[in-house]
Design a protein around this ligand. Sequence first.
Ligand code: F6R
Length: 366
Amino acid sequence: EKGGYDHFMLKEIFEQPQTIFDSLRGRLDAKAGKLTLGGLREHTDLLKEANRIIIVACGTSWHAGLVAEYMIEELCRIPVEVEYASEFRYRNPVVGKGDVIIAVSQSGETADTLVAMESAKEKGAIILGVCNVVGSSIARLSHAGVYTHAGPEIGVASTKAFTAQLAVLALIGLKVAVEKGTITEQRFQHLLDELEDVSDKVAIALELNEQVKKIADKYKDARDFLYLGRGYNFPVALEGALKLKEISYIHAEGYPAAEMKHGPIALVDENLPVVFVATKDSYYEKIVSNIQEIKARKGMVIAITTEGDQIIPGMADDVIVVPEADELVAPIISVIPLQLLAYHIGVLKGLDVDKPRNLAKSVTVE
Ligand code: F6R
């Protein structure tokens, strides 16, 4: 049942080229320049006219929501807020007609997310679900939605559900943008092509497995880790830190790289590994100077970079090179080595990576 892999987590990490493909299949037709999202039906219009989109989710799904904030604001020019479902539901939020809620959930059963959508629905908001489990409570409560097709996720830590969420949220953003006319035809076609290619690039990133395992061995005894990224890669840094915490029980924090100097930089010394998600994008030069700031304080830098990068390899202690992609789809690729890093550190420490202590696969209590 683990398909020859030692753990479900590794199997599910390696399934990603397929599960991303499955989540795009029948929806994305790059050759014809077309995008079909049957699940949205008449709600595409409501999304197009939304005053505001509020994404509610927890944990890894919340990180996918953060990436979607960057995507949707850029593509659709609609203001997006991303809320922890647990906070949103309890604070009597200002929400109502004209607002569209997107609930993102692998299991479709997360209690906080479910209740957050219920109360927004009562107040007149339109609810869309991005769920992995067909017929789940969140899917049933939604007015409409788009399923991720990641297949059953057994490992408690979410991996393939996350990349499927990113793929589907990109499709939603693109669909609304093209209907709304907030994207040029050229950029639309370019992003369709990029999404079409992303599964193959994820497969290439998975070939880094052995290299990442060696890096895991080198850093497995660290007490703390810092993960930094900017722009589309900032939520990837948060996700990398969450995976490491869950799977290896090493304390890790993710930050937007520029926030470092407002506090976390005080932690940096020769014992602190700092993982930079530093692929080639519009933030590249800024993140290069953030890496310099860490090296100047003797931190150990592990950098996720893009093929052909001439600068970062000369600065970092360890470099993990992933295929180049448009910054909007880059998180689908740059998260892969971070999933592998957490996995290998957990395994090297002899931990139960499929069932980390204190965690449940679906959190149906508040
Ligand atoms: C992290 C993880 C959790 C879930 C969170 C939300 O690896 O699995 O943080 O992402 O509990 O769960 P869903 O997506 O089922 O609502």
